[in-house]
Design a protein. Structure first.
Length: 462
């Protein structure tokens, strides 16, 4: 009965948002001005006709691409991220990780439609610098012919939904193998509401970071720094896994992890290229940048691992690919191809240090290295954008009056805001959930494995 009431309460919480639909007046059409013919050379010239407001038109090519991009992001989450994470844990916990990613994706999808999209992408009145409003809660006012730019708004809603859903799913890797499933659900629902949505609004929805001029093409701060910090806070608060540092905890299926990494690589083109929201030349530039940065990061990670540990590994190559994808995400629409290679190599080397040296230095148990790859890689990509977008490095250049130092400073402010906001609020949310249902599974349950103790099933029957 207690579990049933918990589930009912969780989904009941999703219904708190009300519809505050606001009527939007269409601008009045300007009448066509009549130009009088001059009667004589001395007559004054007639005033030019008033400009006719541009009417937004559906672009079927861009719409088709954006639907494809949306499906690609779903592919990179389920099954991509789920398999990547599933292969990295021990066999007794594989299904629990698959379940956490799968259900988090589903839970956030509903939250996004109920109030998440509205709070992220509408005007928030006096609080607009931080959060939007509820004028589109429950997707009110959106119809099949409603446009967002040149694509249907429904397509934009679902595209952004996939970003909102994969971000908390990334956090799963930080506390894998030791957190209660009920606690995961509660935390994800609260975290999306109080961490993801505000940061998305600040950067993409017209909030203060957007006004400051922060550049984040596809989610360096919104997705990766955001998730990386939440995962770091979570793994520290839950404590280390039983036997961590004393018992071997190798990945149970690197084959599965490689398949997951490959699906992430493929799906990431939807993630990055789709963020242009059109099928145009910038989308083509993002395509080449994403490919080159990822390939460069694979090589960077592989060679630094080869030099320091004696052998290149499949796990290292797969991790390098993800590091490159993370780092190029904020920069992909602003840097040139050679800049993307530089950023990719740097990501492979620095993220390798993030999951080895940095992790060993502080001794935290980030199970699947979410902070080391996504947190460190996201910070590198966000700051690197400010440098490599310079036309000196083949980038698109800076806005009028902006210098490299000015842009780097703005990027650092965006990173710092995300770190502080998400770090503090994630800490509070973990505490709240711990008081509600408890965060960590009992010791005997952790030793037996979460597959059987939390879900009553096992991944393999041998």
């Amino acid at each position: 009965m207690k579990k049933f009431l918990t589930i009912v309460a969780l989904f009941g919480a999703l219904s708190f948002a009300g519809i505050a639909a606001q009527a939007q007046d269409k601008p009045a059409e300007q009448p066509t001005a009549t130009m009088a013919a001059p009667a004589a050379p001395a007559a004054a010239e007639a005033a030019p006709a008033a400009p006719v407001p541009e009417v937004k038109k559906l672009d079927t090519g861009s719409t088709g691409w954006m639907i494809t991009a949306t499906v690609l992001v779903i592919l990179m989450t389920i099954p991509g991220l789920a398999l990547f994470y599933g292969g990295l844990v021990r066999a007794k916990n594989m299904l629990s990780v698959l379940m956490q990613v799968f259900v988090t994706f589903s839970l956030v999808s509903i939250i996004w439609a109920v109030y998440g999209y509205s709070l992220a992408f509408t005007e928030g009145s006096s609080l607009n610098s931080i959060i939007g409003g509820l004028s589109k809660a429950f997707l009110a006012g959106i119809k099949p012919d409603t446009l967002s730019g040149v694509i249907p708004e429904y397509v934009f809603v679902v595209f952004q939904l996939t970003f909102a859903a994969i971000t908390p799913a990334l956090i799963v890797g930080g506390f894998a193998e030791r957190m209660k499933f009920s606690a995961v659900l509660w935390f994800m629902a609260l975290w999306v509401t109080f961490c993801y949505v505000p940061i998305a609004h600040m950067v993409w929805g017209g909030g203060f970071l957007a006004g400051l001029g922060a550049k984040d093409f596809a989610g360096g701060t919104v997705v990766h720094v955001n998730a990386g910090i939440a995962a770091l806070v979570g793994c520290v608060m839950l404590g280390k896994r039983i036997g961590y540092g004393k018992e071997a905890m190798p990945p149970h299926s690197l084959t599965m992890t490689m398949v997951g990494a490959a699906l992430l690589w493929v799906g990431w083109f939807g993630f990055n290229v789709g963020s242009e929201l059109a099928a145009d030349g910038i989308a083509g530039m993002v395509l080449v940048n994403t490919q080159l940065a990822t390939a460069a990061a694979v090589l960077g990670w592989m060679f630094i691992e080869w030099m320091t540990r004696g052998k290149p590994t499949m796990l290292g190559a797969a991790s390098g690919a993800v590091a490159g994808l993370v780092a190029i995400t904020p920069a992909c629409g602003f840097v040139g191809p050679m800049g993307s290679i530089i950023l990719g190599i740097a990501a492979g080397i620095i993220c390798f240090w993030g999951v080895t040296g940095l992790k060993a230095m502080f001794g935290y148990d980030d199970s699947l290295d979410v902070f080391g790859v996504h947190g460190v890689g996201g910070i590198l990509g966000a700051i690197g954008t400010g440098v490599l977008m310079s036309d000196t490095f083949g980038g698109v250049g800076y806005d009028k009056g902006v210098t490299m130092m000015g842009q780097v400073t703005t990027q650092a402010i965006a990173v710092g805001t995300t770190v502080v906001w998400t770090g503090v609020i994630s800490f509070i949310l973990y505490k709240v959930v711990d008081m509600m249902v408890g965060l960590r599974v009992p010791e005997e349950g952790e030793r037996e494995g979460l597959d059987s103790t939390q879900h009553g099933e096992v991944a393999y029957h041998i």
